[in-house]
Design a protein. Structure first.
Length: 223
């Protein structure tokens, strides 16, 4: 089965020198790639240029992305090829930069545009604008694939994270969502359209994700 795994952070440029990004190493996605490859799957890894994890990557194909728009382009380019599952674990930036203003000591705002914004005078004010939600387009590009998203939350509790995962599945027409982060607590929750299954660690999570792919393969080969 051909699986696509996205991992690591995107970034959004403020100017030609500075960036907005996420605290994501790309480790979990890279380890998922290795697990899927060990189970005999053909894996394409899309990894963020800023990912700090340097462990082995046993993917048949590795592509590096930069911004959210660039990751979107990589995924869309893979749409014509046969794809059985997409595990969208990348930490996509929720915001990019819009307009930038310089505030003088007198409080006057002046919009500025530059390859490198000055920092010696006044105060800079940057507008944050939402980035497009890639996961909402996956079903359009991969209509027959198993689609699994991620919901990492810092604030709230486990029940709240599970509700957000269920909302993602309903709105984005995905098959499952992995809930984790400080709000969820130790382990992972694998949420589908019917329930949430708690998994203690990455081995259990990876095995459960592989089962999703294997179940789909069984249905396709069934007479």
């Amino acid at each position: 089965m051909h699986c696509i795994v996205t991992a690591g952070p995107t970034y959004e440029p403020l100017d030609d020198v500075r960036r907005l990004t996420n605290f994501s190493t790309g480790r979990l996605g890279s380890e998922l790639v290795n697990f899927l490859a060990s189970r005999g799957h053909e894996v394409t890894l899309l990894i963020g240029q800023q990912a700090t994890y340097r462990g082995e990557r046993h993917a048949k194909r590795v592509e590096t992305f930069t911004t959210t728009a660039n990751l979107r382009d990589h995924l869309k380019a893979l749409a014509p090829s046969p794809v059985d599952a997409v595990f969208h674990a990348a930490a996509v930036s929720d915001f990019g930069f819009g307009k930038v203003w310089e505030r003088s000591p007198e409080g006057i705002l002046t919009e500025i545009k530059s390859g490198k914004f000055p920092t010696r005078q006044g105060t800079l004010m940057a507008e944050l604008v939402p980035t497009p939600k890639i996961i909402s387009e996956l079903r359009l590009w991969f209509p027959k694939a198993r689609l699994v998203g991620w919901k990492f939350e810092v604030e709230g509790d486990r029940a709240a994270v599970i509700r957000l995962a269920e909302k993602q599945i309903a709105e984005c027409h995905t098959d499952a969502c992995v809930a984790n982060g400080p709000a969820y607590g130790p382990g992972f929750g694998l949420v589908d359209r019917e329930n949430c299954r708690h998994l203690d660690g990455t081995p259990a999570l990876f095995d459960a994700l592989d089962r999703l792919v294997q179940e789909d393969a069984s249905r396709k080969t069934r007479p």
